[in-house]
Design a binder for this molecule. Structure first.
Ligand code: SF4
Length: 363
């Protein structure tokens, strides 16, 4: 039975011995746990580690985060994607700093902070404050689907309700910090999605899927996501050795990030045609693509994006006129060496990295 004390002892001892030494596990300082939990949403642990360390060097506490400019916060987040997470961290830090508060050890108060939903509030209560709150992430869902041999689809309400209920039932009082992390760690290191390492599992004697020979049928997954393919074109125009970049609108996808002007191809358009049209619509500049730079691919949400990049030149312009802000809140002319000071969506950053590698400037 999963609910007995052998289960708890086994998994806690295993965690004490085998868990990874992750930077946010060293002090359990609530600010650090908060940052790590937000970064870990949608991002793998290995990737988060370097971002987390870099972030803490620049924003070691609520105060330093709250007084930073949003552009800088986004720059430190660049590469993690889902930028609303960074914007919400920033907003929440401002609220806490204005009220002269620390991260509250109060589930309801946590829920009132931007970017903190039931999962993150529970994780903070448990991991930062060691309060008796269950935490169920994708790893725990998988572990439970096998431990309890759950035959209903893992993302169904029925399965989710069952798992949360069990997670609360088996939580040993006063040991939430390590117990919840042990379940997550078991999913990350042993109860792996494709090939679970059952022979190394500290709770194998409690696993119903192992007993029923259904391990490889659990969890019951939804059919694979269908991705939407889109093509975009973007252009780099240079004046006096500087490129035109613009800052996206606040209510837009990739809000407040910087980009080279451009946009999505319409049906029947070539990338060059789309670029000429988009450039005119967004900046009122008439341009001509002069050289294809490269095509990069990236993903966001359910989209798979192909981004075609071009060097362009202005036509019919006097070389002085300012670009219009029809699709942006601000624009600037910046030297290629300054591009690293701005936060770009990943497609544009890939394009910039390509330019750095090839040393092409468009001049
Ligand atoms: S015995 Fe295997 S399937 Fe069951 S929890 Fe352990 S690793 Fe997962």
């Amino acid at each position: 039975m999963v609910t007995n004390s052998t289960f708890t002892q086994n998994i806690l001892s295993w965690f004490a011995e085998k868990s990874r030494d992750l930077p946010w596990r060293r002090t359990y300082e609530p600010y650090q746990v908060w940052i790590s939990e937000i970064m870990l949403q949608q991002t793998q642990v290995d990737r988060v580690i370097s971002f987390f360390s870099r972030w803490l060097e620049r924003f070691p506490d609520i105060q330093s985060l709250s007084t930073a400019h949003e552009d800088e916060v986004l720059r430190f987040w660049e590469g993690l994607g889902y930028y609303s997470r960074a914007r919400n961290l920033h907003k929440a830090s401002k609220i806490l700093a204005e009220n002269n508060e620390d991260i509250p050890c109060d589930y309801k108060k946590l829920l009132k902070l931007p970017g903190i939903g039931p999962y993150t509030a529970g994780a903070l209560m448990s991991i930062a404050f060691n309060q008796d709150f269950p935490v169920v992430d994708a790893n725990v869902e998988r572990v439970f689907s096998r431990l309890f041999d759950i035959s209903t689809p893992i993302k169904s309400k029925r399965s989710k309700d069952f798992i949360w209920q069990k997670a609360a039932e088996i939580l040993p009082s006063g040991k939430s910090r390590f117990f919840n992390q042990a379940l997550m760690e078991l999913g990350a290191l042993v109860c792996l999605p494709k090939i679970p390492l059952c022979s190394q599992c500290p709770v194998q004697e409690h696993c119903y899927a192992l007993k029923h020979h259904t391990v490889h049928e659990r969890p019951v997954l939804p059919s694979p996501k269908k991705y939407i393919l889109i093509e975009m074109a973007t252009g780099i125009v240079m004046r006096k050795g500087k490129y035109l970049i613009q800052k996206r609108l606040e209510d837009d996808v990739w809000a407040n990030l910087w980009e080279f002007p451009g946009g999505r191809l319409k049906k029947g358009e070539t990338a060059e045609q789309a670029l000429i049209r988009e450039f005119k619509e967004e900046t009122e500049f008439e341009i001509r693509p002069t050289k294809k730079i490269t095509t990069v691919s990236h993903s966001y949400m359910q989209y798979r994006v192909k981004l075609h990049g071009f060097f362009c030149e202005e036509i019919h312009g006097d070389g002085e006129r300012e670009a219009a802000l029809n699709a942006a809140q601000e624009n600037r002319w910046v030297a290629p060496a300054q591009l690293h000071e701005f936060a770009f969506p990943s497609g544009h950053r890939k394009l910039i990295n390509h330019l750095l590698k090839t040393k092409e400037t468009g001049q």
